[in-house]
Design a protein around this ligand. Structure first.
Ligand code: ATP
Ligand code: MG
Length: 450
């Protein structure tokens, strides 16, 4: 063996086209266009990451990531429809209408000579990771061996520098390099280990799994906006419940959802666990049938019992009405939660509406119910009510049945516009007493502070 070659070279395995299953037809056309343009302009161009991993596993990749020796500025010069993003990790996004292809330049290890482009904090976390290098170096900078496989557009070979092909065949998630320092560099890798283990149904290798429980608190230092994005990938990827179980096992769940911790040790612990199971499994089922899932609904469901726990911990005072107290606690729990996961405002507004509607659904007459049904968050609120009924039973069961029947009898037409009518005095009919259609279903949890 040539001793002058870097260590990574020693491991290089190149698999020719005839010996692997990736065909260009499986690659998204826009990603192919980018690969070809880079290649024809004299740059190296590889498909890497989930695209290669999933195709080799016979699965449909979520996206196709590209890597090259062209710098981000050189990539920008090749494509009109390109913008550079990211400070910590500079990337080029090539845009095709609403579709975008991510192009990353090969990264290298940090040395003191390139301090300007690389920065670590005292705990070893990478604050900037923009030192460019060779493909061999890039392979070592990636997270897991199975994510470090490269498909070369020049000759359709697959390059492996870290033993990823073997791990893919054996089905194991293995971090490249020393696990503890790789987690310290970027604690989000702990979440990614769990995400891939659940998604690919592969165990995490012993060395990769061992440090996680101790290092889980490092997640508290990660910017909340990044953790929110990660939380969606974890919980809304189609195997949310399996992922949650692993997050719990590795003590990674509480740093993401600190607002749930008091409930998991309190009187609503059982209900919260059941809600986690129901909401996440139903989310998985919806995604499996091609439906979408609204993060606001999922988060409103998951935080429902933590909200109730907080409301019930407040001393009963005559001066504050139940509704005000409830909404005050809703604001507090959202504030706590948003410190670790920056849930965007459009979702927190929707969550508050879904929670508010839990108070309005139990007290309905036909006219009010018709109006309520037109509320944009009615369906989400009803679905949460149905989860609660399945968990708690009692008076919520006939209430859900009443609403189910009501919706069948009064299918939503969207032609009714009660708000416009309300504002038009000529349209108002004199108030008449209407018979109450709802069974008497006061929700004890909501009324405790009356
Ligand atoms: P999927 O897109 O299916 O969720 P992926 O592996 O493609 O999975 P991406 O987030 O798209 O994940 O990242 C693309 C690739 O970039 C990864 O496969 C990995 O090689 C590398 N990568 C992503 N995040 C990190 C990280 N935190 N540390 C090191 N490498 C990373
Ligand atoms: Mg990807």
């Amino acid at each position: 063996m040539d001793k002058a070659l870097p260590a990574a070279r020693a491991l290089e395995v190149i698999t020719p086209r005839a010996q692997h299953s990736i065909s260009r037809q499986q690659i998204q056309p826009n990603a192919l266009k980018v690969l070809y343009r880079l290649h024809q302009s004299g740059y190296q161009a590889y498909l890497v990451g989930g695209g290669v991993r999933d195709l080799l596993l016979g699965q449909q990749p979520k996206d196709f990531d590209i890597t090259t020796d062209a710098t981000p500025d050189q990539v920008r010069q090749l494509f009109n429809n390109c913008r550079l993003v990211g400070r910590r990790f500079r990337l080029a996004h090539v845009l095709f209408g609403r579709d975008r292809v991510e192009v990353a330049t090969f990264r290298a290890h940090h040395t003191t000579a390139n301090e300007h482009n690389a920065q670590q904090n005292e705990q070893g976390r990478l604050l900037r990771d923009n030192v460019y290098g060779t493909i061999e170096e890039d392979a070592q900078r990636r997270d897991f061996t199975i994510n470090s496989l490269y498909y070369n557009i020049a000759d359709f070979t697959v390059h492996d520098y870290t033993g990823g092909l073997k791990d893919l065949r054996q089905g194991v998630i293995r971090l490249i390099g020393d696990a503890e320092s790789r987690y310290r560099e970027d604690p989000v890798r702990m979440l990614r280990a769990v995400r891939f283990a659940a998604k690919l149904q592969m165990p995490i290798s012993e060395c990769t799994a061992k440090p996680i429980q101790n290092l889980a608190p490092l997640l508290l230092e990660i910017p909340a906006a990044r953790l929110f994005e990660e939380s969606l990938k974890l919980l809304q990827s189609g195997c949310g419940y399996a992922t949650y179980r692993l997050l719990e096992h590795y003590h990674l769940f509480t740093p993401l959802f600190p607002s749930m911790a008091p409930t998991l040790n309190g009187p609503y612990a059982h209900q919260l666990k059941q809600m986690l199971q129901q909401a996440l499994q139903s989310c998985d089922q919806r995604l499996a049938t091609g439906k979408t899932v609204n993060p606001a609904f999922l988060f409103a469901a998951l935080l429902w019992y933590p909200l109730l726990t907080q409301v019930e911990q407040q001393p009963v005072s005559d001066g504050v009405n139940r509704y005000t107290l409830f909404m005050q606690e809703a604001s507090k729990i959202l504030a706590t939660q948003c410190r670790s996961l920056a849930i965007p405002r459009r979702f927190t507004i929707a969550m508050r509406e879904i929670w508010q509607l839990q108070q309005r659904l139990p007290r309905c007459q036909t006219a009010r119910a018709q109006k309520l049904q037109l509320h944009p968050k009615f369906r989400a609120a009803f679905d949460l009510l149905a989860f609660r009924a399945a968990i708690e039973g009692g008076p919520l069961i006939p209430l859900v049945a009443w609403w189910q029947e009501f919706q069948q009898q009064h299918p939503q037409t969207h032609t009714q516009q009660p708000r416009a009518r309300d504002n038009d005095p000529s349209a108002k009919r004199p108030r008449t007493r209407r018979r109450r259609h709802t069974p008497h279903t006061d929700d004890p949890q909501l009324h405790r502070h009356r």
